[in-house]
Design a protein around this ligand. Structure first.
Ligand SMILES: NC(=O)C1=CN([C@@H]2O[C@H](COP(=O)(O)OP(=O)(O)OC[C@H]3O[C@@H](n4cnc5c(N)ncnc54)[C@H](O)[C@@H]3O)[C@@H](O)[C@H]2O)C=CC1
Ligand SMILES: CCCCC/C=C\C=C\C(=O)C/C=C\C/C=C\CCCC(=O)O
Length: 184
């Protein structure tokens, strides 16, 4: 998909990853709007409802794919995002709807939320703490790392139902689905 003059919608665009995604889209010549929720996007984009089709990128986390003992509610909510996205993608009428549903699952990323909530505590923390160990193993993404992965999800066709992880030390990987046209 070419992004020039395409209308795009970003939630949470004031800071962190949402802001980085909005900036990446603007650099590609897209127009930005802000709206809540996959269902509203479907209402306005579905070809069955007179829309032009498009792509939805929901923001999960690797915490939705791996157990996180210290934050089970957060991890459980992210499992929900992954399952919800894959279920929307499994619509047997997806070709008539004309929308791709994808899920971006970053690992630890250096945003205001991450910095304020965790980074400082973790730096001082017990090296045996499971989250400290996970972060040491995974590294910390920059928002630019994740924005580049986000653009790849948006611009790659044939990736309906794909779940992409972005981890500093291992890069971009697909956990569910694989885009037919992705050459990386
Ligand atoms: N920072 C990290 O390490 C990772 C973050 N994520 C996910 O990425 C997403 C964004 O996280 P960050 O950029 O780190 O957070 P952040 O806290 O730095 O930025 C989130 C932005 O979303 C806005 N926001 C919050 N609730 C909203 C709502 N209901 N409607 C619209 N805007 C809302 C906030 O005002 C804020 O501007 C979250 O879903 C988070 O779980 C996923 C993996 C890693
Ligand atoms: C650990 C919960 C932190 C809650 C809020 C702060 C930042 C959010 C970070 C994430 O969403 C990522 C969190 C945990 C990663 C879980 C597993 C990592 C697996 C290692 C890998 O990425 O390969």
């Amino acid at each position: 998909m070419r992004l020039e003059n395409k209308v795009t919608i970003v939630t949470g665009g004031a800071q962190g990853l949402g802001k980085a995604f909005a900036e990446a889209l603007l650099k590609k010549g897209a127009k930005i709007g802000v709206i809540e929720g996959t269902r509203l996007a479907v209402k306005y984009m579905s070809k069955e409802e007179g829309g032009k089709g498009g792509v939805v990128v929901n923001l999960g986390s690797t915490a939705g794919l791996e157990p996180v003992y210290s934050n089970p509610v957060y991890a459980g909510s992210k499992c929900g995002v992954v399952g919800y996205t894959r279920s929307m993608a499994a619509n047997p009428s997806i070709h008539q709807v004309g929308i791709r549903f994808t899920c971006l699952c970053p690992s630890f990323t250096n945003t205001p939320m991450f910095k304020s909530d965790y980074l400082e505590d973790l730096k001082k923390g017990d090296p045996k703490d499971p989250v400290v160990q996970m972060m040491t193993k995974a590294g910390v993404n920059t928002v630019e790392d994740v924005a580049a992965a986000f653009l790849q999800l948006v611009e790659t066709d044939n990736n309906n139902g794909c779940v992409m992880t972005v981890t500093k030390y291992t890069g971009i990987q697909y956990r569910h689905g694989k885009p037919l046209t992705n050459k990386l």
